[in-house]
Design a protein around this ligand. Structure first.
Ligand code: BF8
Ligand code: SF4
Length: 645
């Protein structure tokens, strides 16, 4: 574990303040956990039955296996795929919630939500085979939402819809041949928990394949979440805002939107617009919304809401003394928020039936009266504001300009201004010409096993220097936002000559008031599906299989089960994936070799673990250069020539 806590200047100031008031933050708690247990760290601790925990103790007679006889490889494989099950359940349940809401909108049951983007609705309907000709928008929406909900309960042999609709044929072939194509999400997740029950599957490879099937459900759940969120709230376009704790405003009622699901945060944004006067009547200059974690990314993309901070530093937003309410929904919310809030006037408001924190204020969010629920939340914040102690307010004067909102559609709209017929060719031609080396997706969390945000920053600037076009989601994107990589200055400071030229060309065509950024913010973690759509498009345009495309993914500070699931479907869909923490697969050479080596032969994608961000970046650049795309394109061109002769 590193001694340096964070590279974020605002966070450093707040950590010093925490020390001053004697509050132990997540950074202190991370230190308290050191040294870590090697068994757990490497994946060779089994706790899935009550005889356990069993550890692999090779030097003791009888200790080289668990009590039931499970080998290291079985234990490691079971542990890792159970992470995938957790992540996949979280993402897909988020998607289900949105799908259910779209269905209820289509049935006229909800007054506060509408179909905001009918163009996206028609595009999604066509993609998944829902009839659109001459049909009413709500009728189409009902069928699309029903198709999404059918992804969950399907128990027959039919293939799952969103993966089949989104993926390229050669990728689907691999998924079918390896028998990991899911049918229903619930079925695959239940089967995986069954498969990894004590005394069940002991074959590590079979377990990993079961895990990959569940990971594909993660992909499916997030792809439908992205599509249906766009339909409901609009597909983002470029927006300009700011990021870091300096986005919290002393003179305003500050509300942090924290969690993941836009069903709540979008409503708070809407309510805030209507309630500015109420805040003013309480003596504030208005209402200021800021985002934390992925719901922050959702409302940044669609509404231009500023970002306060990312996962590891969520507590620090409260330490500014100016956070009047933090409204949370699901996922990545630290239970510690509540005890810290006690030192201040901040109201922690939980809203979802599956996410409560003892002692915090629970306001059950009800989609049937969504706007009223959101208004109640804002009123709680205004009331809290009235009790704010101005002597405790200390907001770091740190913020950076952010240009975000690059959903795939909005990125393609920029490309279209250069090539209206084949927009994606703007990117692939620049790669073929050697101007840029390829595309890297940065995704995932913060992990305090390292220095907060350091891997993110170092890797993005290293890859930019090497002319890699970068897209980002999740807390990685928020790290870049805070550190000034999501604006034009970032390009001038960090891009290599080729990337600079490429972005300059986009700037000239885009005609936006703001300069395009070094890193293109694609949204929240469920929006990793947007990045995969980009990879799929590149493959089609370049005439390649996904496994040959110059596209890589990295989670420099992966933390959550969701990150494990995302990384795993990336591998299954053909992408090389870097992870900046050592995965708990290293306790079994066999399992580790399967996911880092054998996977490449089967899927084209593979994992590698590298905690040093400079080394990891160099490896990613090498991978982009070594991918088979040049050979494959040459071969295709020769074939075409021969056929023409
Ligand atoms: O879904 S990147 S810490 S906030 S899990 Fe969580 Fe990780 Fe952040 Fe978004 Ni994604
Ligand atoms: Fe131990 Fe086997 Fe039970 Fe795991 S399943 S805890 S290895 S007895």
């Amino acid at each position: 574990m590193s001694d340096k806590r964070t590279i974020d200047v605002a966070a450093t100031q707040m950590l010093d303040k925490a020390k001053e008031i004697g509050f132990l933050t997540t950074f202190d708690r991370a230190k308290a956990q050191e040294p870590r247990c090697t068994f757990g760290n490497t994946g060779i601790c089994c706790r899935i039955c009550l005889q356990g925990p069993c550890r692999i103790l090779p030097k003791k007679p009888g200790g080289n296996k668990g009590i039931c006889g499970a080998m290291d490889y079985t234990i490691v494989a079971r542990n890792i795929v159970r992470y995938i099950a957790g992540g996949s359940a979280a993402h897909s349940d988020h998607g289900r919630h949105i799908a259910e809401t779209v269905l209820h909108v289509a049935e006229g049951k909800l007054k506060d939500y509408q179909i905001t983007d009918p163009v996206k609705l028609i595009a999604v309907a066509k993609k998944i085979g829902v009839e659109t000709e001459g049909r009413d928008v709500l009728a189409v929406a009902k069928d699309v939402a029903t198709a999404a909900l059918n992804e969950f309960g399907r128990v027959n042999e039919d293939e799952i819809t969103w993966i089949t609709a989104n993926s390229n044929e050669s990728t689907l072939d691999v998924l079918r041949k390896t028998n990991i194509m899911p049918s229903g999400i619930n079925l695959s997740l239940a089967q995986l928990l069954h498969q990894t029950h004590a005394g069940n599957d002991a074959d590590p490879v079979n377990i990993i394949f079961g895990g990959l099937k569940a990971a594909l459900c993660d992909y499916d759940g997030m792809a439908l979440a992205t599509d249906l969120s766009d339909i409901l709230f609009g597909t983002g376009v470029p927006v300009v805002t700011e990021a870091n704790l300096g986005a919290i405003k002393a003179e305003k009622v500050n509300i942090a939107l924290h969690g993941h699901n836009p069903l709540l945060s979008q409503m708070v944004v809407k309510a805030a617009k209507e309630m500015q006067e109420e805040a003013k009547a309480a003596g504030a200059a208005g209402i200021n919304l800021v985002g934390i974690c992925c719901t922050g990314n959702e409302v940044l993309t669609r509404e231009g809401v500023a970002i306060a901070t990312n996962f590891a530093t969520q507590e620090l937003a409260i330490l500014t003394g100016a956070m009047d309410a933090m409204v949370v929904d699901v996922q990545c919310i630290m239970p510690s928020l509540r005890s810290l809030a006690e030192c201040y006037h901040t109201k922690i408001i939980t809203t979802m039936p599956i996410m409560k924190i003892p002692g915090s204020y629970h306001l059950a969010f009800d989609e049937h009266r969504a706007l009223d629920s959101a208004k109640e939340i804002i009123r709680l914040a205004i009331d809290a504001y009235k009790t704010r102690d101005s002597a405790k307010v200390c907001i770091p004067d740190v913020r950076n300009t952010v240009v975000a909102g690059f959903t795939l559609e909005s990125l393609l709209n920029i490309f279209k201004k250069i090539n209206a017929d084949a927009p994606i060719r703007v990117l692939t031609d620049a790669i073929a010409a050697g101007e840029i080396k390829g595309v890297a997706l940065f995704a995932g969390c913060n992990n305090l096993k390292g220095t907060h945000d350091e891997n993110h920053f170092t890797m993005a600037t290293e890859l930019a220097k090497n002319d890699v076009f970068i897209v980002a989601t999740g807390c990685a994107a928020q790290a870049f936002a805070k550190e000034g990589l999501l604006n034009g200055e970032g390009v001038q400071k960090y891009a290599g000559e080729g990337l600079k030229k490429f972005i300059a060309r986009l700037n000239a065509a885009a005609g936006l008031t703001a300069e395009l950024p070094l890193v293109f913010h694609m949204g929240s973690c469920v929006d990793n599906s947007r990045a995969q759509d980009l990879a799929n498009m590149m493959a089609i345009e370049m005439g390649l299989d996904n496994r040959d495309v110059p596209y890589v993914a990295s989670a420099p500070e992966a933390m959550s089960e969701k990150a494990v699931a995302i990384g795993s479907w990336n591998v299954a869909l053909g992408n090389p994936v870097h992870v900046g923490v050592v995965a708990p697969t290293v306790g079994s050479t066999l399992v580790n070799d399967v996911v880092t080596k054998v996977a490449e032969d089967v899927f084209g994608g593979f994992f590698f673990w590298e905690t040093d961000p400079v080394k990891a970046s160099a490896r990613l650049v090498d991978i982009l250069e070594e991918r088979n795309w040049k050979n494959a394109m040459r071969k295709k061109a020769n074939q075409a020539k021969e056929e023409a002769n």
